[in-house]
Design a protein around this ligand. Structure first.
Ligand code: PMP
Length: 449
């Protein structure tokens, strides 16, 4: 029974894994964009796990391929070759522009970014890494240093004279602007990075330069950027900003890493990869989540030159990375995205969704901003548009819970957990957007009463 589940959770499972709702959901089954709880209630999944289920829960083709592969071979470890790995490597690399053609298969986004950090340092022979305010790049000890958003900011003793991060050579770039008037986030060493959200690109660039110059040895190894910040509440950069930032990093001998963990695989609609919409070519691309439609797999793609420099300093090895099962699933996901035209669907349904939800901004003073691209949307909640103070968490919780009770699951993000994040499986239809809109609007009306 449900009460027993809660008891077991309390006794034996990590307390850090706070459940989303006051009365946590006990999910039993999934089919495409729908989830079903233990009592048979149905929920429209507008968060895809955590932006993970790209083509739909238990997609029949992916499931069939996985079952067949399970009957044949699950595991060999990366020291043995197997056909699913080579088939997958060919398929994935065909989706990336030259010279991004060398693939490292790992198991999670954090692992992928860990490896990218090592690659950046090995290739550049420099030490310092840069990430943005508001970034999320993982929760491994290494990537925690890059991550800098809300509840995921770490305050741990590092023993290296560095106050707020476990990784001593990470600097914070300036970005992090959301609609709310952010209180300045603490910074590592002395870079200045607390811009107001409406500052223009030029000011961000100036601040970015300042950040680069505070790097003690001016020794930039790598710069990590999500094409759109996900966990921070779907925060977008000013036009051309990323392009100029990439150029500044390269002038100083650093490499540029696009973290496509949330934005890749067609979710943004206009392009297959988020970096393409910024007209930049990264040196390293990291990917996870949607790559396996919920099956744990991830990848780092880079140039032959960078891959070679890594090999000089490290014998890279990963027991589970690129297992036959993961690769077969990864291939099936890519086929489904193509066969079902899911990138195009993300573009069409995403545009429809953004325009529709933007109406709520006019109707409710507490809806500060509605933004995004394709099927990645943020709805930032404020006390009122005049103050632009974040809506208190308890109130956001109520709206969140009300949506769930009416059959809609959405995500949360932002520095104060003030932003609803919407990222449904890419197979959703406009009808389902209409349903989600009505539910979300009803939850807002209920909240105002
Ligand atoms: N990068 C980004 C942009 C992410 O959103 C996440 C997960 N939220 C990660 C990296 C880390 O991925 P994982 O949880 O698979 O380690």
């Amino acid at each position: 029974p449900y009460s027993r589940v809660l008891e077991i959770h309390k006794q034996h499972l990590s307390p850090v894994e706070t459940a989303y709702f006051q009365k946590p959901l006990l999910l039993h089954q999934g089919h495409m964009e729908w989830l079903f709880d233990s009592e048979g209630n149905r929920y429209l999944d507008f968060f895809s796990g955590i932006v993970t289920v790209s083509v739909g829960h238990c997609h029949p083709k992916v499931t069939t391929v996985a079952q067949k592969q399970m009957d044949r071979l699950w595991h060999t470890s990366s020291v043995f070759f197997h056909p699913p790995m080579h088939e997958y490597a060919e398929k994935l690399s065909a989706l990336l522009p030259e010279p991004l053609k060398v693939i490292f298969l790992v198991n999670s986004g954090s692992e992928a970014n860990d490896l990218a950090m090592v690659m950046a340092r090995a290739y550049s022979n420099h030490t310092d890494l840069i990430s943005f305010r508001g970034a999320y790049h993982g929760c491994s000890p290494y990537t925690l240093g890059l991550t800098n958003v809300g509840i995921y900011k770490v305050e741990l003793p590092s023993g290296m004279g560095c106050q707020s991060t476990m990784c001593p050579d990470v600097f914070r770039g300036p970005w992090g602007g959301s609609y709310c008037r952010d209180s300045p986030v603490q910074t590592v060493r002395k870079c200045s990075c607390a811009p107001d959200c409406c500052q223009a690109k030029e000011q961000y660039i100036e601040q970015f330069k300042e950040t680069l110059n505070t790097s003690v040895a001016k020794s930039i190894a790598g710069f990590f950027a999500e094409p759109i910040q996900g966990v921070n509440g779907v925060v977008q950069y000013p036009k051309e900003f990323l392009k100029e930032a990439f150029a500044l990093v390269r002038e100083r001998g650093g490499v540029c890493i696009a973290d496509e963990v949330q934005t890749g695989f067609g979710r943004l609609g206009s392009h297959f990869w988020g970096f393409q919409s910024h007209d930049v070519l990264p040196d390293i691309v990291t990917m996870a989540k949607g790559i396996g439609n919920g099956f744990p797999m991830a990848a780092v793609v880079t140039t032959p030159e960078i891959a070679k420099s890594l090999a000089k300093c490290l014998h890279h090895f990963n027991t589970f990375g690129g297992s036959p099962l993961a690769c077969a699933i990864g291939s099936a996901v890519l086929e489904v995205i193509k066969e079902e035209n899911l990138q195009k669907n993300s573009q069409e349904v995403g545009t429809y969704m953004l325009l529709k939800f933007a109406e709520l901004r006019d109707e409710f003073d507490i809806v500060g901003d509605v933004r995004g691209k394709g099927l990645m949307m943020g709805i930032e909640m404020v006390q009122d548009k005049m103050s632009r103070q974040p809506l208190p968490k308890t109130e956001v919780n109520q709206i969140h819970e009300a949506c769930k009770d009416m059959g809609l699951l959405v995500g949360r993000g932002g520095n104060f957990s003030q932003t609803f994040r919407i990222a449904p499986p890419m197979c959703i239809s406009k009808l389902e957007v209409d349903f989600a809109f009505e539910v979300f609007r009803a939850a807002l009306i209920q909240h105002m009463e």
